[in-house]
Design a protein around this ligand. Sequence first.
Ligand SMILES: [Zn+2]
Length: 387
Amino acid sequence: VHVPRAALLEWISAQHENMIFLLETLVNIDSGSFDKIGVDAVGSQLSRFLRDHDIETKALAVERFGDTLLAGTGAVRRDSGRHNILLMGHRDTVFDKGETSRRPFRVNAGHAFGPGVADMKAGLVMNAFVLAAFQRFAPDVPIAFMMTGDEEIGSQASLTHIREEALFARAVFNAEPARPTGNFVSGRKGGFIYRFETHGKPAHAGVNFNEGVSAIGELAHKITALHALADVESGITLNVGIVRGGSTTNTVAAHAIGEVDVRFVDTVQRNRLVKDIEAILAAPVIPLSTTTFARESESLPFVPTPENTRLSALYRETANELGVEVSGEFTGGCADSGITSSVGTPTVCGVGPVGGKAHTEDEYILIETLAERAAIVAASIAKLPTP
Ligand SMILES: [Zn+2]
């Protein structure tokens, strides 16, 4: 397959204004994870852009959250073997409905602001333009582009779609934002949460104190024991971030709930944590108290396997050739790169435009990196050996 690298890069570098225009359109649509209509509306805008560049998009229906959308060059193959390049991005944000009218897209001094601008509407724009460039100049390169709708809440609905598509791919580029340093992401923690509820026995705190079993007392023991499992040096953190319980100060609490966020670096740690956490939650410290619990929102760690490290090296080399000094960085945040990597597909993450302060009102991207990072991804694809 002949890839006219110069033509691709020249076209991409001329798209700066068009990229900002598409980004403004996407940012100004509210698309919180639970807002299916909004997340699908972002998808419609992307499909429209792609259709204008002769690329069809198909939807894999998701009932409660945004559909998974799949686009690609005509050369995409879904038979046996790993042929495709897979570009990934999620359309949902962490922001509630109304946020975009309160805080619409704006550009100031080389920075663009707005809900989800970095995480990760800029990455979606970048992927759309990379795909359009290949469709125009090198349609024989099989490139698929998957746009999911539930990443910020753990990708449970899109999990099978991502896995299936990753199995047909020889490389995955996940367009989460590059770090504020400009670096891309070569490793991420995995994580999950446990929701747990302690049950005790209510009693008047003055009259029948001895008849009570305090669910709050038991919850406090659980919190201390869970936090003691943290091992920051090895990358293990546990944070009980939510607690609720009790009814009045003069009643021994019958119920209390807690939620703990757990992060780890590899699967060995994960399996040990599951065992230790469940042992703590199952065993009462205060006699006659009981605890129920469930594990949710599991994200797989993005581990620097030899395949991932090779792809990271190719990406870094390509960036350097284009005059951009970057290297791989590790981050505690979870992403879909853990899923694609877990099925053995070489994956590089954080290849989107440079941005920071995700999930806050100060979220930003550096607009000059829209075309810059698109060029690095395109040139990296051009450099990948064809099977
Ligand atoms: Zn993200």
